[in-house]
Write a protein that binds this ligand. Structure first.
Ligand code: URA
Length: 203
């Protein structure tokens, strides 16, 4: 299979896409968010991670997974032997959706129509990167990856062939691990195990 090379046309195409996405008004979320948080990573990455949407810190920094969930994700990737710098990391929805509460901005889960509106960017990122393995982190990501509502528990732990090529895996979102009350350590270990298995697919 032909792979796009970094530094060549794929990188220029990605940069053009990034620029275009900065002005996105495909849904209403751009109105209150600080900026578009686009995916990042090598344009020839064999592995693509898909999160939900930028959080408060990502919205301010303009970069995916730099807040608390991102830090936990980094730790888990390291333990699973995956080099974050070699993966392309993006979100199902590229603007932060929140509800203001006093001085705080409370995360809100994106709705189906917002995920659908953002499919345009997801699709264009995939067309460039063409990852061998795609990982959906949580239900919103899985909805973007499979194009329909799915449950994590029914798809977790095995590869799913994608019509556009490559395979997809589903696991929990790192924020879930920050929230969960029961068996937090076991849930975290299970996440690391999922990542380690997924990492084997691109070795
Ligand atoms: N959660 C996500 O899904 N994505 C981010 O970029 C940060 C937190």
């Amino acid at each position: 299979e032909r792979r796009l090379q970094p530094g060549g046309n794929a990188l220029a195409a990605w940069e053009a896409l990034f620029e275009e996405a900065r002005g996105c008004t495909r849904c209403h979320l751009y109105k209150h968010a600080t900026q578009t948080v686009f995916g990042e990573g090598p344009v020839d990455a064999p592995l693509m991670f898909v999160g939900e949407q930028p959080g408060d810190q990502e919205d301010l920094a303009g970069r995916a997974f730099v807040g608390p969930a991102g830090q936990l994700f980094d730790k888990a990737l390291k333990e699973a032997g995956i080099n974050r710098a070699k993966a392309y990391i993006t979100n199902a929805v590229k603007h932060f959706k929140f509800e203001p509460r006093g001085t705080r901005r409370i995360h809100q889960t994106p709705k189906a129509d917002e995920i659908k509106a953002c499919h345009y960017w997801y699709d264009r990122e995939r067309a460039l990167i063409r990852p061998q393995v795609t990982v959906a982190l949580g239900a919103t990501a899985a909805r973007q990856v499979f194009g329909r509502a799915v449950t994590i528990s029914s798809l977790r732990g095995e590869a799913h062939k994608l019509a556009e090529g490559g395979e997809a895996w589903v696991t929990v979102h790192p924020s879930f691990l920050l929230r969960v009350r029961d068996n937090r350590e076991a849930e975290y270990q299970r996440f690391v195990e999922d990542l380690a298995r997924i990492g084997e697919r691109v070795k």
